[in-house]
Ligand binder design. Structure first.
Ligand SMILES: [Zn+2]
Length: 596
């Protein structure tokens, strides 16, 4: 459910190519640069600096100028990032933004928010000192993004992989200097411990396994670099397990810093308390809808006769839970999870095409097993190509069932990701969720906007897509599918409530687990995973619910404005044609409203 494009970690620069259309050609030469030209130049300069200071992320976005480099995680590297932030901020402040084109006004507002976010992370949150997960994505990601897609000849990519592996020992040594064990929360250290070794499987399975085409000298270099990198990862693992984790004493709760983090994560001015009140009201309404579907399904079942005759509220929760049990009983065997996910993707694709709901991508999507270095946080994600690699394939990654899980844990997991839920998952991650949306987004000419894509817009779209498909009739004749759809909707709302519960309201594990399993009907495995995710992230879990509400509101208002002109395909193509900015900017662009 976690989209990896939200708040891109680096950039792709093709400023001269991708940003050129904004300048316009064949027009008479102006006296000096216009405000638009000045902004275009500033955005290009920022993009360039952004890529230089984040080579691993730049690769993922399709900027391959720094494929042999790896991020500088030292104090000096951080200072270089802040210098870029300050210079860009000063230049933006000196510009009369009211004179910019409307599209550039949107990009300027998004850039400002990005600079605010980086300043907050580096100077106030200081997550570089206490969040090791910042670094775990780096080592694995730097190598994975070189090997996952065929953007360049294999031997060239292997050469860059060797260069990065040669630099990895120094990056890990510097990471050990930056992390202050006393500030690191134990759950972060434990999760980091589980992810660190993932880079080794990338080296073995994606790099060494594909190295046969190299000449003898290059092969020798690659193997030596791989040995050095693997030894450094093993050494780092020992440090995590014997130094970092035993001394990890940080508090995982953001507390007073949460409000600011939330605002930056959801890119909306809504106050925390208002968001919580709205979420609680929506959760009640969803449970009402679920009860109406559930009651006729289980009214005469033995399970209902066993329900204690207590309050109507308990009866309502018990009824919904009993009906959901019917859905979770229909699940794939352990080894068929991937195949069944693939089948639901094919069916949803056929349905979208048949009912002409949106323009479909002409670039492929592939269901893959989630790489180990990404496992442990989300169950599934969509990994789209960067804006400059847009013709390459999208990966719909699903986490395999860990070998060490007991039969009971496996049954719980597959009870959650049952045959009905797999449809929701495929709709959300791929069709017409993330895969389709990012494909539309990547067609927008502004690279700045692509790099700064809003996670709230992206997640909101995927959640909206789940509802829209049911409304359009996909599986709607099956009450268990509708019930599962509502359970997913309830999960988005629950994510937002849990986010605040963990970071502000002091929820402990028992409170969080009770809330998720009893009031949101989640299986134990799903809830346990979410309890971890809620502690190692902040703000991100609220993006689903906020974005979902924004997308539904935007469609409702568009329907009113367009009247007889409205149809779903036209609306979907239009709403996704502006890239992935926060929804309020899409609304402003669509309805010609002020951009603020
Ligand atoms: Zn998602």
């Amino acid at each position: 459910m976690q989209s990896r494009i939200s708040r891109r970690s680096a950039i792709a620069l093709a400023s001269s190519v991708a940003l050129a259309p904004l300048v316009g050609c064949g027009e008479p030469a102006a006296k000096g640069p216009s405000v638009d030209e000045a902004f275009t130049a500033l955005a290009a300069k920022w993009l360039d600096g952004y890529a230089r200071t984040r080579p691993a992320g730049a690769t993922a976005l399709g900027d391959h100028r720094f494929d042999g480099e790896i991020d500088d995680v030292s104090t000096a590297g951080r200072a270089a990032k802040m210098t870029l932030v300050k210079e860009t901020r000063d230049a933006l402040a000196a510009m009369d933004r009211t004179k910019l084109s409307r599209d550039n006004q949107v990009d300027a507002a998004m850039l400002t928010e990005q600079l605010d976010g980086e300043t907050f992370a580096i100077e106030t949150l200081q997550d570089w000192a206490w969040d090791p997960l910042n670094y775990s994505g780096l080592a694995g990601g730097a190598l994975y993004s070189l090997m996952a897609r065929d953007f360049a000849p294999l031997n060239e990519r292997l050469g860059n992989a060797a260069a990065r592996m040669e630099k990895l020992p120094d990056v890990l040594a510097e990471t050990r200097k930056q992390l202050v064990a006393e500030r690191v929360p134990l759950v972060h250290a434990t999760t980091y411990s589980g992810q660190n070794g993932g880079a080794i499987s990338i080296i073995d399975d994606l790099i060494l396994a594909q190295s046969a085409s190299l000449g003898p000298d290059d092969l020798t270099r690659l193997k030596a670099a791989a040995e050095k990198a693997k030894a450094a990862i093993a050494e780092h693992q020992t440090w995590i397990d014997t130094q970092l984790a035993p001394n990890a004493r940080g508090d995982f709760r953001l507390g007073a810093l949460y409000d600011q983090k939330l605002k930056l994560s959801i890119s909306s001015p809504i106050a925390r308390a208002d968001l919580l009140a709205k979420a609680r009201a929506d959760a009640e309404a969803i449970r009402d809808e679920m009860f109406a579907i559930a009651e006729p399904l289980v009214a005469n079942s033995p399970a209902m006769k066993l329900l204690p005759k207590t309050s109507p509220a308990v009866h309502r929760l018990g009824t919904i839970a009993a009906a959901l049990k019917l859905a979770s009983a229909q699940r794939p065997p352990r080894e068929r999870l991937m195949d069944d996910a693939r089948k639901t993707l094919e069916e949803s694709t056929a349905y979208v095409r048949e009912h002409d709901l949106i323009t479909l991508p002409d670039a492929p999507v592939k269901v893959i097993e989630m790489p180990k270095f990404q496992q442990g946080v989300a169950v599934a994600y969509c990994d789209s190509p960067g804006p400059l690699d847009r013709r390459l394939e999208t990966f719909y990654a699903i986490s395999p069932i860990p070998a060490e899980w007991t039969d009971e844990q496996t049954a719980s997991f597959l009870g959650e990701y049952n045959s009905h839920m797999l449809y929701e998952l495929s709709v959300h991650e791929a069709m017409p969720g993330h895969y389709v949306q990012i494909w539309h987004s990547n067609k927008h000419p502004s690279v700045t906007r692509a790099v700064l894509g809003s996670g709230t817009f992206v997640e909101g779209w995927a959640c909206y897509a789940e509802d829209m498909m049911i409304e359009a009739g996909f599986g709607a004749d099956n009450p268990l599918r509708r019930l599962t759809n509502l359970k997913m909707r309830l999960r988005s709302v629950t994510n937002a409530i849990l986010d605040q519960g963990v970071h502000v309201e002091g929820w402990d594990e028992a409170t969080a687990m009770k809330f998720m399993t009893q009031e949101a009907f989640q299986e134990e495995r799903e809830a346990a995973g979410k309890w971890t995710r809620a502690r190692v992230s902040s703000g991100q879990l609220s993006t689903y619910y906020v974005g979902w509400g924004e997308h539904h509101a935007l469609r409702k208002d568009t329907q009113a404005k367009w009247g007889a002109e409205f149809n779903l395909k036209k609306y979907h193509d239009t709403v996704l044609s502006h890239g992935s900015p926060p929804a309020r900017f899409v609304r402003a662009l669509m309805f010609d409203e002020p951009i603020a």
